[in-house]
Design a protein around this ligand. Structure first.
Ligand code: ADP
Ligand code: MG
Length: 759
């Protein structure tokens, strides 16, 4: 199969399911026959058979008929792939085909029936059996489960089933799903549980499971990390990833009559599948340098498996009944093309993102901590246990055996506790001590006991953590000589030999057949003219038949292309119509200026594959506007260092702007009016003023005292304050200066009306 060591073809096998009860009842004809020995599928069209049509023959790596057992498929086709995953290769198994032809049956099978278990559960068994038989290796097994539906990725193991995940790319590890959850599993049961949880989430999300599963791709990922001591004395880690892909049904989604949302849905559903087809075509074509991996989530995610560094097996599932003829032929052609894809499998050694390495380092770190703790204790113990306790012995025991250390530790704690208890009792019984003293000593002892307990708990927690982490790392049967294991291994080897034999046989048969055809062209010597005519006629007939078959194939393919083209054209028409509508709306309802602004801001995000708009900024240099200046952190506006310092140090208000309370309250609308004093004639006002004046404030009307009056501050102060309103009102009523104003020494005490206010 593989010509050079570095490159090998994708393995393509075809499996035909049996007729189901309905098909039997409806008496549909069989159009498919399977030649297991030759690895060929032969399709006869019953209608054209009458017209002497030749059957269509497709050859594959191997084919399986309706009697095929799940375990046969596994042993012959999938086991070698999973084995290479265990060696550190990436591997992918695709199940392709029309809905109802057995994709899920092949991948998952019947859950509770060991005979009818599919590839996924069989690979669980395989992986964990391999680990249990391994020697001097450490393993870490993880599982993830995701689904692609309408070009959206959903994590089937996450709690939040509404979340959609994104694809990301890193130069060292390639394309990956961001935030995809993965679970470390330690046994077949655990990984089966992971699968069941995912399956439940898959069906819970769907209103109609069949409908949903036929339109979505499910990918179960098993990552096996293996650490082994290399010849260089260093630990090396190999990571193999197994993708188990149950693709969406390959049948054409009808787009006829669909518009708007429904059309979009229909075009999106099989986008990944048609992108897969395009990737296969351009890989096989050889002329195209651009492989459209980026066209869909599925092809991006499985880029390695198609023309990359992974090993890949594609299972094409078909149905045998006549009404499926068209789809069956499409599937056979599709998978026939995929045979020619070349991959370059490579072992992933010591990748940066190996979880196993992290685990090992963490365990080492924790152990070191634990060691330190016990070291402290040992020293303490040695100091204390002077009389006869065998320290030498203890130390040996500790370095040699972990278990003993554990027991030892228990003894130590018990000993300490008992000792403290004894001391406590002694204090209690000691009558020579004063009550207070006793209490103090007791408290001290109690505190010591508590400390002891806390220390013990911490130590236990640490060792429990180490144990938990270590238990996740799986190791094989160590140095136990397992007889049954040996026998099983032998059995497996034999089985592998047999499958290899079968494969070689099939290849030979295929080669013989092709050689048979070649000999047709060889020159022969003929004994008579008649013989020559006979032989040449026979040859001609054979070649003519071949020509007809090829012609028919060309015709079929052309027809399929025409169909596909028509459909694409139809989709294009619908989309163009949609586009025209959008244009109409934009042209008529959105001002040109606004449109240009948006066009200017729009950009295509390669990562998310969406058009996005840049946020509005006033400055071209948006960095400046988008971030808050450093000096403003914690404040409402930028502040200089000096201002901040002064704010704290200076007593005045100069820099306290930030400290002024801001009460963003709306004042209610006013419902009252300003009090307006009645207008009083100056004479009356003066009379009132004098009448209301306090006794001691009454001024004697004597011009001789006047000057002394004006300069007495206390008098004017006491006068001004309580009566300021009045004074103002006096002013208002036309008096230009206060009668007592010191600035107008010559004013009259009772001002005369100037005629502005009517008397
Ligand atoms: P798909 O996933 O391709 O839509 P399923 O795996 O659900 O198809 O198969 C449809 C039905 O056919 C199921 O009931 C399944 O049990 C049955 N079936 C498929 N393949 C086989 C097979 N090789 N032998 C027996 N039953 C099969
Ligand atoms: Mg299915």
């Amino acid at each position: 199969m593989s010509k050079s060591k570095s490159s090998e073809s994708i393995k393509v096998v075809v499996r035909c399911r049996p007729m189901n009860e309905k098909e039997k009842a409806a008496k549909f004809g069989m159009v498919v026959s399977v030649d297991v020995k030759l690895g060929q599928i032969i399709v006869r069209n019953p209608r054209e058979a009458a017209a002497n049509e030749h059957p269509k023959v497709f050859t594959y790596d191997s084919v399986y008929d309706w009697n095929s057992k799940q375990i046969d498929l596994y042993d012959e086709t999938f086991r070698p792939l999973v084995d290479s995953v265990l060696l550190g290769f990436n591997g992918t198994i695709f199940a392709y085909g029309q809905t109802g032809t057995g994709k899920t049956y092949t991948m998952e099978g019947v859950r509770n029936d060991p005979e009818r278990r599919g590839v996924i559960p069989n690979s669980f068994e395989h992986v964990f059996t391999h680990i249990s038989r391994s020697q001097n290796q450490q393993y870490l097994v993880r599982a993830s489960y995701l689904e692609i539906y309408q070009e959206e990725i959903k994590d089937l193991l996450s709690k939040d089933q509404t979340r959609r995940l994104e694809l990301r790319e890193r130069p060292d590890t390639g394309v990956y799903v961001k935030d995809l959850s993965s679970f470390v599993t330690k046994s077949v049961r655990e990984i089966e549980h992971v699968m069941n949880v995912g399956n439940q989430n898959r069906s819970v999300g769907a209103t109609n499971m069949n409908e949903h599963s036929s339109r979505s791709h499910a990918i179960f990922v098993i990552t096996v990390e293996c650490s082994e001591l290399g010849v260089d004395g260093e630990n090396h880690i190999r990571v193999g990833k197994l993708n188990l892909v149950d693709l969406a049904g390959s049948e054409r989604q009808t787009k006829t009559g669909a518009q708007g949302e429904r059309l979009k849905e229909a075009t999106k559903i099989n986008l990944s599948l048609s992108a897969l087809g395009n990737v296969i075509s351009s890989l096989v074509d050889g002329r195209s340098s651009h492989i459209p991996y980026r066209d869909s989530k599925l092809t991006r995610l499985l880029q390695d498996s198609l023309g990359g560094n992974a090993r890949t097996v594609m299972v094409a599932n078909i149905g045998p009944a006549s009404y499926n003829l068209e789809e069956t032929l499409t599937t056979l052609r599709y998978s026939n093309r995929a045979k020619n894809i070349k991959n370059k499998p490579r072992i992933n050694e010591d990748p940066k993102d190996a979880l196993l390495r992290e685990f090992q380092e963490e365990i080492a770190r924790l152990k070191e901590q634990l060691e330190k703790r016990s070291g402290k204790k040992k020293r303490r113990r040695r100091r204390r246990g002077g009389e006869g306790s065998d320290t030498e012995d203890l130390e040996e025991g500790e370095t040699e055996e972990d278990e003993e250390e554990g027991e030892d530790k228990g003894d130590y704690w018990r000993e300490q506790q008992e000792k403290l208890e004894r001391e406590r009792k002694a204090i209690m019984e000691d009558h020579s001590l004063v009550a207070e003293e006793k209490l103090r000593l007791l408290k001290e002892k109690e505190k010591k006991m508590e400390d002891l307990k806390r220390e013990k708990d911490a130590g236990e927690m640490l060792s429990a953590k180490v144990k938990a982490m270590e238990s996740k790392l799986l190791v094989g049967g160590k140095n136990i000589v397992d007889h049954t294991n040996e026998q099983q291994k032998m059995l497996e080897l034999k089985r592998q030999e047999i499958t290899e034999q079968k494969r070689r046989e099939r290849e030979m048969q295929q080669q013989m057949e092709s050689r048979d055809e070649e000999t047709l062209e060889l020159k022969e010597t003929y004994s008579s003219l008649q013989q020559e005519v006979d032989i040449k006629t026979k040859k001609l007939k054979k070649l003519f038949a071949k020509l007809q078959a090829v012609k028919a194939e060309i015709h079929d393919i052309q027809e399929a292309h025409i169909n596909e083209r028509q459909e694409l054209e139809q989709t294009q028409n619908e989309l163009t119509r949609d586009l025209k509508l959008k244009h109409l709306i934009i042209e008529n309802f959105i001002p040109l200026e606004e449109k240009n602004k948006i066009v200017h801001r729009a950009y295509f995000d390669e990562e998310d594959e969406y058009w996005k708009t840049k946020p509005i900024t006033r400055l071209e240099d948006d960095q400046q506007m988008m971030t808050r200046p450093l000096s403003a952190v914690g404040y409402r506006r930028p502040l200089s260092h000096h201002a901040r310092k002064s704010m704290m140090m200076r007593p005045d208000m100069r820099y306290k702007a930030e400290n002024i309370m801001v009460l963003d309250m709306d004042l209610p609308a006013r419902t009252t009016k300003e009090y307006q004093e009645p207008v009083i004639a100056p004479k009356v006002a003066a009379a009132l003023e004098s009448a209301l004046r306090d006794e001691d404030e009454i001024q004697v009307d004597a011009s001789g005292f006047h000057s002394s009056l004006g300069s007495t501050p206390p008098t004017s102060g006491s006068l001004k304050k309580p009566k300021s309103g009045r004074l103002r009102s006096v002013k208002k009523s036309g008096t230009p200066t206060s009668p007592f104003s010191p600035s107008s020494p010559g004013s009259q005490l009772y001002p005369q009306s100037r005629g502005l206010v009517p008397k």
